[in-house]
Write a protein that binds this ligand. Structure first.
Ligand code: ATP
Ligand code: FE2
Length: 338
């Protein structure tokens, strides 16, 4: 009976498996149109932070089979039930992307199913549509990426992005400097709650874009001077950096006239950033949404879900279209699936 029901539901619902591996997280996710059936990942962490592309690629190659098996187990399906395989085609680190693309090609060929290459940044925003979000402005904040993006004229346009380092990297570097280890995000957030006094730091908005290196350098300089409480510095760091993120997001909202804002990426965990965005969106009377954290950070389910939407719209990849794209830009993708 169960098998028969499974068979019926497979006719109605597509099942897509997605593999994420643009940086130091390897993820495998399995989704249908409206559900995450599995979402497993493993992140390579190093003592000093930072990332070595070859080491990360080895990490992915070693763990792929384990994560694949785990995801299928969690979803209670086998590869025979999977209708298509999606993979993170870029942007990201060459060696990591190649491991993931090779695995996806092998699966597609072995099981005779279609393959779809997905833009990582777009997938971060697309996953919010599983929760009823229609057409948002996305603030995508992670270790390596900081981007404000939204659909306009059939493409995701970047309304502002970091000109140097990602906000997560900036936070992690500051955390390392003050000796509280990696990843610094949650620890800086905790310290910042004990901040009492705002210390002036360079503002991070540069035209429509962002830049966090000046802010980071100055925060480190002030820390080394020994004249400031570290809690006040952590607090001021967050207030200054997040105000810039909110400002650029708000400008994109004003420009596009959209009425939804989503916060995605690993830094979306931060409660102060959420609070500031909530205030901005409440002021404007628009919706604010943050997906569950496992769908915010780098993960396979967002790749699978974007792949599913692309496939549903008739997008097909030939094997020769699956070459990795290290510098894959958000606005290179023609969004025909919405
Ligand atoms: P990408 O490859 O997309 O750049 P990533 O490899 O940085 O992603 P994520 O899991 O998306 O991986 O994000 C990790 C980042 O999120 C780290 O820089 C970490 O410090 C940051 N982070 C996690 N929790 C918090 C928090 N509570 N506050 C601020 N930053 C946080
Ligand atoms: Fe990411």
């Amino acid at each position: 009976m169960n098998k028969f029901l499974n068979f019926l539901s497979n006719l109605l619902f597509m099942i897509v498996l997605g593999i994420e591996g643009t940086a130091h997280t390897l993820g495998v996710g399995i989704v249908t149109e409206d559900k995450v059936l599995a979402n497993v990942f493993h992140t390579l962490t190093t003592e000093k932070g930072g990332i070595h592309p070859k080491e990360a690629a080895n990490h992915h190659a070693k763990l792929l089979k384990t994560l694949l098996t785990k995801a299928l187990d969690d979803a209670e399906i086998s590869m025979a039930d999977v209708d298509a395989v999606a993979f993170s085609q870029g942007p990201g680190l060459g060696p990591c992307l190649r491991v993931v693309a090779t695995a996806a090609r092998a699966l597609a060929l072995r099981h005779g199913i279609p393959i779809i290459g997905v833009n990582h940044c777009i997938a971060h925003v697309e996953i919010t549509k599983m929760f009823g979000i229609k057409d948002p402005v996305g603030l995508y904040v992670s270790g390596g990426n900081t981007q404000v993006l939204a659909l306009e004229g059939g493409r995701y346009r970047v309304f502002g992005e970091t000109l140097d380092i990602g906000i997560g990297n900036a936070i992690d570097t500051f955390a390392r400097e003050i000796g509280i280890g990696f990843p610094g995000g949650p620890k800086i957030e905790k310290l910042a709650r004990k901040g009492e006094k705002y210390i002036e730091l360079p503002y991070a908005v540069k035209g429509m874009d962002l830049s966090f290196s000046g802010l980071l350098t100055e925060a480190i300089r002030k820390y080394r001077s020994g004249k400031y409480r570290v809690e006040d510095l952590a607090y001021s760091f967050q207030e200054t950096a997040f105000a810039a993120l909110v400002e650029v997001t708000e400008r994109a909202v004003a420009h596009t006239g959209k009425d939804e804002v989503v916060l995605v990426g690993g830094v979306a965990a931060n409660n102060r950033l959420r609070e500031m965005l909530r205030m901005m969106t409440e002021d404007r009377g628009i919706r604010f949404f943050v997906p569950p954290y496992d769908l915010c950070r780098d993960n396979g389910a967002m790749i699978a879900y974007t792949g599913l939407r692309m496939f549903r719209a008739g997008i097909r990849f030939r094997l020769e279209d699956t070459a990795v794209r290290q510098k894959f830009r958000t606005d290179e993708v023609e969004v025909t699936w919405d």
